[in-house]
Design a protein around this ligand. Structure first.
Ligand code: FE2
Length: 424
């Protein structure tokens, strides 16, 4: 007797008419016309059943703080950092926890069940670290929250950042972060990369650096990150987040760099919504898009995930935890319009970040944890096109969120009464 049986699902790989059975929180069977009884049976009517969305790059300590204490006037990354610096001394643990939990509710409703969030460690009180560690435990039943110790004001540029970062790791923060392009000089940036990679190697941790988030084509810390990854044997455990300078780099240099990244096993995380709005602010026209070279990285064999990065904070006024909106923007900015490329954009918010975060038991194989999202779409491309409704969100075999199907009624003479946006 199964706990849950989902009938007639379509899977992201194109298989249709599939039945998925859940037992004790795990996928117990996945096949057409499953002969089984279940405590609860749901007819999925051919809709797309996917593993949940995963956000590889977020800032949960600043989320939902938009407008406090004021709005970013220039729209630049640097004013955002300055604004966050104004807000930091006024933060309270209660407010941090309240905003983070509110965002996690949004995430679950959108089928986003795993988030890697950076947390600023440049406040000697480590207020945000303690708040998010508490949130990580509180949401664990329904959302995997992975934390990155992030020295927002620079590991070497900010007085106690290195010590605070180590304290945060001692407290249980999961991943080593950094921001080499914000250090005082390129040399200090390179030195911060060396220190952080050695720290991660010594502690057996993963690395995720904000790296080269700039329009400056000479911001080349990703080269140093790939070098130390190789040197220290950190293959598969390191990502460069943003890498926006790669957008502006000389093509010859980029053609040497990307194979080096692939060789060292460094992955990339682009943040399409944020990159397209923060970068290019010093340009007149033509105005650069500022997102890293996603299709070219993929072609070179570098895994690329898409992150949300910011939702209603000093850097960005928009967002809602909708990873299909992120994939939609990534598809457009990178001009990934071929069928295979559009599917890669879906992978960039599901399977690829799951791999980069090291999520165990993620996926649709028998034995995986029954974390699932049922989308009002026929395939991944349609899901992105429609930013499809999350009909059901399931965690460990239990329904944790449901949204009614998006349907409109027409009141036009001679026309059918209902609109159906699906075309698959
Ligand atoms: Fe970020």
């Amino acid at each position: 007797m199964l706990d849950l049986l989902l009938r007639n699902c379509t899977l992201p790989d194109g298989r249709s008419g599939m039945d998925l059975g859940v037992e004790e929180g795990r996928i117990a069977a996945l096949q057409p016309r499953l002969q089984a009884q279940a405590a609860q049976e749901i007819d999925c009517a051919g809709q797309l059943l996917s593993p949940p969305f995963v956000d590889a790059h977020f800032h949960m300590d600043s989320t939902l703080s938009y407008g406090q204490p004021r709005v970013n006037q220039s729209g630049t990354l640097l004013e955002g950092i300055a604004l966050w610096g104004e807000l930091k001394p006024t933060l309270t643990q209660d407010a941090l926890i309240e905003r983070a939990l509110a965002y996690c509710d949004w995430a679950v409703a959108k089928g986003l069940l795993a988030i890697r969030s950076h947390v600023d460690v440049c406040d000697d009180r480590l207020l945000a670290v303690e708040a998010l560690l508490q949130v990580r435990e509180q949401v664990r039943p329904y959302l995997d929250l992975q934390l990155v110790a992030f020295p927002q004001d620079g590991l070497l540029r900010s007085a106690n950042a290195l010590r605070n970062l180590q304290r945060a790791l001692d407290l249980g923060v999961d991943v080593v972060g950094g921001i080499p392009h914000f250090e005082r000089t390129a040399e200090q940036g390179a030195e911060s990369v060396r220190l952080l990679c050695e720290l991660a190697a010594a502690r057996g941790l993963r690395v995720d650096l904000h790296c080269d988030e700039s329009d400056d084509p000479l911001s080349r810390h990703i080269e140093t990150l790939a070098f130390h990854t190789q040197r220290l044997g950190l293959h598969g455990r390191v990502v460069g987040s943003h890498l926006t300078s790669l957008h502006s780099m000389d093509n010859y240099y980029a053609s040497k760099l990307m194979p080096l990244m692939a060789e060292s096993g460094v992955a990339a995380i682009a943040n399409p919504l944020i990159n397209i709005t923060l970068q290019g602010r010093h340009d007149t026209y033509p105005k650069r898009r500022g997102m890293t070279r996603v299709p070219e990285l993929l072609a070179a064999g570098v895994p690329v995930a898409f992150g949300q990065d910011c939702v209603m904070d000093p850097w960005y006024a928009g967002g809602s935890g909708d990873m299909l909106e992120v994939a939609h923007m990534g598809l457009h900015v990178a001009q990934m319009t071929g069928q295979a490329a559009m599917r890669q954009c879906f992978d960039a918010v599901t399977t690829t970040p799951a791999r980069l975060l090291g999520l165990e038991d993620y996926g649709l194989d028998v034995g995986c944890r029954a974390d699932l999202v049922l989308l009002q779409a026929g395939d991944p491309v349609e899901a992105i096109r429609l930013r499809a409704t999350r009909l059901l969100v399931i965690r460990g075999g239990k329904i944790v969120a449901a949204t009614p199907a998006a349907n409109a009624r027409l009141y036009l003479p001679g026309r059918p009464a209902a609109v159906d946006w699906r075309r698959t």
